[in-house]
Design a protein around this ligand. Structure first.
Ligand code: UDX
Length: 433
């Protein structure tokens, strides 16, 4: 199969490299010439474990290439994937579809007959209809199909998720387009990954419903954690106790500082907007969005409480800034609201993150970035573990403690045990225990 991927961002690049690894002939296109030059020099624009090797292997095997020339890249393609960004539109929270529609207009005149146009970007229900309308208007006699094929990749684990998915969702009623999609994903269902064919609208909604459900699970356990603190219960036991029920499932029940990242916050908001526009309220998701927003600042207040209630002139060290480990992504990271709360209360903030400090310093210029967890803790009144990077799991706790001025340790991810932390001389607080 010959495939063009429009948009060489996170989703486009990972999907393109994985399709090439299956043996397909893939060209990843992007308007950003600098990004394409970098990719041609095997410099990855994002941090994703394993991606540079995967790209190199497939470029060397001549199955994967990068280009800024969309028209030329579309020649002879069986499928064109649209994997451009759909950020939250400023002001109203709707997904901004201008990049998707611009790509549709551009490809309309240039695709061969019987090309499958696939929306990989997360797009609100009905976007496939509009993409189809745009292409048909520009090229009325062309035979083509518009298919929805959402991605369920987690940053930091994207290649594994792509190659061993729980399911592949393909939304179209056009039989020849289903055949093309089957051929593209054939290596995966040889691996027994289920492929689910649905209507285009159902497929578009599946993506939002999945993310909203996962965000709900996280928010549910976060609120249980707060309740555990009041009741003297342990949220990790509660989580295990409910997760062993197969109907509930054990995943996504880790209490923490609230979800962040490029998907959950944006997709839950977009689902709310769709629901409002269609006069079909999703009250649970509304509550989830609100609870998660409130939680991030509450985590800042939790750190202030550990300082004795007054943060003025105090120094706080944050370990981890990215929204989760194994990424340099700072989008909607809880650390942002936490830092803001600490600064508003008069604290100074020092921080360390294994991959995220460059991104973080653009968003949080007031934070002093340091070379190590120990350097961040130097003279600090409190240390707060914000992101559960593996590098923080085996810290020399005595060394960390002796670098500090105060003795507070706030563990927002529950990665330490109270006895080991207290043995090192810390006053320890964590989430829901
Ligand atoms: C998510 C979805 O998992 C993925 O299927 C979708 O395609 C994109 O959005 P991602 O944003 O990479 O992926 O991160 P994920 O690992 O799902 O974590 C999201 C957030 O939830 C992080 O801030 C994480 O720390 C938090 N989280 C996750 C919890 O607080 N507790 C959990 O139990 C799980």
């Amino acid at each position: 199969m010959k495939i063009a991927m429009i948009g060489s961002g996170y989703v486009g690049l990972v999907s393109g490299a994985c399709f090439a690894d299956f043996g397909h002939d893939v060209v990843c296109v992007d308007k950003d010439a600098r990004k394409i030059d970098q990719l041609n020099a095997n410099i990855m624009p994002i941090f994703e474990p394993g991606l540079d090797m995967l790209v190199k292997t497939n470029v060397d095997a001549k199955r994967l290439s990068f280009s800024t020339d969309l028209k030329a890249s579309l020649k002879g393609c069986d499928a064109v994937f649209i994997a451009v960004g759909t950020p939250s539109r400023r002001g109203d929270g709707h997904a901004d579809l201008s990049y998707v529609y611009a790509a549709s207009e551009e490809l309309a005149a240039a695709i061969d007959p019987k090309t499958v146009v696939v929306t990989k970007s997360t797009v609100p229900v009905g976007t496939g209809d509009e993409v189809e309308r745009i292409i048909r208007e520009a090229n009325p006699t062309l035979e083509f199909a518009v298919v929805s094929n959402p991605e369920f990749l987690r940053e930091g684990a994207a290649i594994g998720d792509f190659k061993r998915p729980d399911r592949i969702v393909v939304g179209t009623d056009v039989e020849w387009a289903r055949e093309t999609m089957r051929a593209i994903y054939r290596p995966l269902f040889l691996n027994e990954s289920p492929i689910l064919f649905t209507s285009r609208r159902s497929s578009e909604l599946i993506k939002y419903a999945a993310n909203a459900f996962l965000a709900t699970k996280i928010t549910f356990i976060n609120e249980m954690a707060d309740l555990c603190e009041k009741l003297g219960a342990n949220v990790q036991d509660v989580s295990r106790g409910i997760g062993l029920d197969n109907r509930i499932g054990s995943k996504f029940l880790h209490a923490g500082p609230g979800y962040g990242g490029s998907c959950f916050p944006k997709d839950t908001l977009a689902l709310l907007k769709t629901a409002q526009d269609n006069d079909s309220p999703v009250r649970i998701v509304e509550a989830v969005v609100q609870a998660n927003d409130l939680r991030k600042r509450a985590m800042g207040r939790k750190i202030i409480a550990a300082l004795g209630g007054d943060a003025r002139g105090k120094k706080v060290a944050l370990l981890g800034l990215t929204f989760k480990p194994n990424t340099d992504d700072m989008r909607d990271a809880p650390s942002i609201a936490i830092v803001q709360t600490l600064l508003d209360a008069g604290a100074q903030v020092h921080a360390h993150d294994p991959e995220g400090m460059e991104e973080a310093s653009k968003i949080l210029p007031e934070v002093v970035m340091t070379d190590s967890a120990y350097a961040a803790a130097e003279g600090a009144d409190a240390v707060a573990l914000v992101t559960e990077w593996d590098a923080y799991r085996a810290l020399d706790l005595a060394k960390l403690r002796s670098a500090m001025n105060g003795d507070a340790m706030v563990d927002l991810r529950n990665i330490y045990r109270s006895n080991e932390i207290e043995a090192a001389g810390f006053r320890y607080s964590s989430i829901g225990r």
